[in-house]
Design a protein around this ligand. Structure first.
Ligand code: ZN
Length: 174
């Protein structure tokens, strides 16, 4: 047996609480698994005393809870450190929105430049183009609508992957 000598134990004045029960220091040490620093006579008392056993149970629960909280905070910090993923998903979403508008912008005639005609011509053209685009998309079976539908599906899959990789794993065991 390589059990500790008296010097390895908690000081005598920290061992007992009022009523001849084990002190909070002892119970906390036992809850944390540091049984080696508790003298055998105190361990023997806790073993037989219902009040001390109850307190030990509470201390153990508290210790377990605290450990779990710390692990959770550590995991959240870890997830925050890997945060660039959602930015990628948002960027992809925005990129796709711009891509969806591109056909309209490219269809608009470009030789009609000049600031004067912007409000009177280009803007109505643009709005008209949007209307055309909307009609094309709504038209069942149109190539553009089909393409956008597939594009949106692919985008959703990409974002789902991004989310799955982002979410902290909720493993139960520690
Ligand atoms: Zn007791």
């Amino acid at each position: 047996m390589t059990k500790g000598t008296k010097e390895d134990f908690l000081p005598d004045d920290l061992l007992w609480a009022a009523g001849g029960h084990a002190s909070d220091v002892v119970l906390t040490a036992m809850a944390d698994g540091q049984v080696d620093i508790v003298p055998p006579i105190v361990l023997a008392h806790v073993d037989k005393c219902r009040s001390c056993t109850t307190h030990l149970g509470n201390a153990a629960l508290l210790s377990l809870h605290t450990g779990r909280e710390i692990a959770m905070v550590a995991r959240e910090a870890d997830a925050a450190a890997r945060a660039p993923m959602p930015r990628l998903a948002i960027f992809l979403g925005l990129a796709f929105a711009v891509l969806g508008l591109l056909p309209t912008l490219l269809d608009a005639p470009s030789e009609l430049g000049g600031a004067r005609s912007f409000a009177t011509h280009d803007v109505p053209m643009f709005v008209n183009g949007l209307g055309t685009l909307a009609r094309k998309i709504l038209e069942p079976g149109s190539a553009l609508g089909l393409g956008l539908t597939y594009g949106a599906a692919v985008l959703l899959v990409i974002m789902a992957f991004a989310l799955v990789r982002l979410l902290p794993k909720k493993e139960v065991s520690r």
